[in-house]
Design a binder for this molecule. Structure first.
Ligand code: IPM
Ligand code: MN
Length: 352
């Protein structure tokens, strides 16, 4: 019997549906070629549904999502909804409820893609960030006191649990072991200031590291690390870091790999349901114009396939994207690709 996967499709807001459409085009082509079946189950979570019904993720939907092989997400964010509501109510809510404790973000410069880093090419820009995805400042622990007065106090707690830190670091070591021959893992933290929280990270990094003598352990303070990302990105193989630092350094990573048009990520629960997405936002100003770059969403399909165990198919998707960046697109920027959104999807399918 053919392998078969149930994929929840959350196209979402803004340009989400346009890029997801191209991702699904590629998914359908590669599944046919490879010989596995996909069943797509669409959900209309996002700003429009919220504005109509006040719902973000209804419990019934959450329960259904728990039965999927994986989730494919377009983008969340709507100009008519106050910032924070959809981000917390949908994106972070799903990451937390589905315990997707890893945010895996490859930073890889593809052939033909312009990088703002002078004298750096695909050889130099090729690393992966393993971002903790369910704790830290994102946990939402804190509160305000005397709000709106001159005596206002606001606290947002950086929550780090031994369990949360350890499972993230373990994942990072295991990932580094499998990734390639370099076998170098860099812990990105701020141990010189966050002497409680990041002391925990540093200790666990060392303890778990003892189980992986073949992996070279490296440490960098976050402020120095962003400097090295720009100056010498070739230093890095895998970087493991907390939620907030990971959020920031992966946007820098996206820029050095050519921008948000190509950057994809996976929200991973190794024992549960994982969710794959282009990491750029919903870009409402480009919505409906057919100018947005779908390659990030297509790369997210590649990551999804890899996660499902379809490594050969994932590899083919990546190779096809490389052909398109290397031989077709003028630029990765919206409106400047030399092709429309759907033409870029077609080019990738043709390159498969
Ligand atoms: C990301 C995004 C989210 C985050 C926002 C939209 C909540 O920036 O996926 O990196 O901060 O994690
Ligand atoms: Mn971010």
């Amino acid at each position: 019997m053919a392998r078969s996967y149930k994929i929840a499709v959350l196209a979402g807001d803004g340009t989400g549906p346009e890029v997801v459409k191209e991702g699904l085009k590629v998914l359908s082509a590669i599944s046919e070629k490879t010989g596995f079946d996909v069943e797509l189950i669409p959900y209309d979570l996002g700003g429009e549904r919220y504005l109509k019904t006040g719902e973000t993720v209804p419990d019934s939907v959450l329960q259904e999502l728990k039965t999927m092989s994986a989730i494919y997400l377009g983008a969340i964010g709507h100009p008519d909804v106050k910032p924070g509501i959809l981000e917390k109510g949908i994106l972070l809510n799903l990451r937390f409820q589905l315990d997707q404790y890893i945010n895996l973000r490859p930073v890889k410069l593809f052939p033909g893609v312009w990088t703002p880093l002078k004298d750096k090419g695909p050889e130099e820009i090729d690393f992966v960030v393993v971002r903790e995805n369910t704790e830290g400042i994102y946990a939402g622990v804190g509160g305000t006191f005397k709000k709106g007065t001159a005596d206002e106090v606001a606290m947002q707690v950086d929550l780090n649990t031994r369990k949360g830190v350890e499972r993230c670091i373990r994942y990072a070591y295991d990932y580094t072991k499998k990734r390639n021959a370099r076998k170098k893992l860099t812990l990105c933290a701020k141990t010189n200031v966050l002497t409680y929280a990041h002391d925990l990270w540093a200790r666990v990094f060392e303890i778990v590291g003892k189980e992986h003598p073949e992996i070279s352990q490296d440490y960098s303070h976050v402020d120095a690390l962003v400097m090295w990302m720009v100056k010498s990105p070739e230093f890095f193989d895998v970087i493991v870091t907390n939620n907030m630092f990971g959020d920031i350094i992966t946007d820098l990573g996206a820029m050095i790999q050519g921008g948000l048009g190509i950057a994809a990520g996976g929200n991973i629960n190794p024992a549960g349901v994982s969710m794959f997405e282009p990491i750029g936002g919903s870009a409402p100003k480009y919505a409906g114009k057919g100018v947005i770059n779908p390659l990030a969403a297509i790369c997210a399909v590649g990551m999804l396939l890899d996660h499902l165990g379809e490594a050969a198919a994932a590899q083919k998707v990546e190779e096809a994207v490389k052909v398109v960046t290397g031989t077709k697109l003028k630029s990765l920027a919206a409106g400047k690709m030399g092709y429309s959104t759907s033409e870029v999807g077609d080019l990738v399918v043709a390159a498969l």
